[in-house]
Design a protein around this ligand. Structure first.
Ligand code: SF4
Length: 225
């Protein structure tokens, strides 16, 4: 068994895994956070297959996840039986408490029912969460802990009207309803910042500049929304 790695939930087509509770992984943007992986149960991810709920995602053309790397390794460990089921009645909870959690390091959070996320997030206390499926009416419960990932000011306004806070990457300039992601202004990491916790906190929408290829793809998406 891999210490600090767990199966959170599964159904016939999806499995949700959590890693890094023992040694939270660190990257320059997120800082030290535990990760969740929302994967297709029957297919190892790669650059074509991607994760559960990714089909139809507007960000698919510029998805930043290297599906053939970490997600594929996590999937292999799961298939090899190296992860145990997370138990809310055991010391697993102690490991999770006060460990900032990425709701969907890879894959679409709305694939796991909101009522399975919420108790985990209560224990973790801090998290980041984003969904590209915010337009789906039945996904409204996710607004309490996920930012709506949007790509235009028009989408931002639409998501706000639905009760979501938004995280916008795109070529349009920042608006008065947004603040720039502090990572870009103050080199803050997500584990220190906690602004991307959906409507669980009262704060403005978040704006992040698009760079390079992402910028061009964001423009395309903007034109199509
Ligand atoms: S606003 Fe904060 S939590 Fe959100 S992406 Fe930027 S640094 Fe991370």
């Amino acid at each position: 068994m891999v210490k600090g790695s767990f199966i959170l939930w599964s159904n016939l087509k999806t499995v949700v895994l959590m890693t890094g509770l023992w040694k939270p992984s660190s990257n320059t943007k997120t800082g030290r956070m535990a990760q969740t992986w929302i994967l297709r149960k029957s297919k190892p991810p790669n650059y074509k297959t991607k994760g559960a709920g990714c089909r139809g995602c507007p960000a698919d053309p510029f998805c930043y996840v290297r599906w053939e790397q970490a997600p594929r390794q996590v999937y292999k460990s799961y298939k090899a039986g190296k992860y145990k089921a997370f138990d809310m009645e055991s010391s697993d909870v102690t490991l999770l408490s006060n460990t900032p959690l990425r709701v969907g390091a890879a894959g679409e959070p709305t694939e796991m029912p909101a009522h399975h996320w919420q108790p985990l997030l209560q224990v973790a206390g801090k998290w980041t969460g984003y969904t590209h499926k915010w337009k789906v009416p039945s996904n409204l419960p996710y607004r309490t802990f996920c930012m709506a990932s949007v790509h235009s000011v028009h989408e931002m306004k639409k998501a706000n009207a639905m009760g979501y806070r938004t995280y916008r990457v795109g070529p349009e300039p920042i608006t008065k309803d947004e603040i720039m992601c502090p990572h870009y202004t103050h080199n803050v990491t997500c584990d220190q910042c906690n602004l991307c916790m959906g409507s669980a906190i009262k704060a403005k929408n978040i704006y992040a500049p698009a760079h390079g290829a992402r910028k061009n793809k964001a423009k395309e998406i903007q034109c199509n929304t």
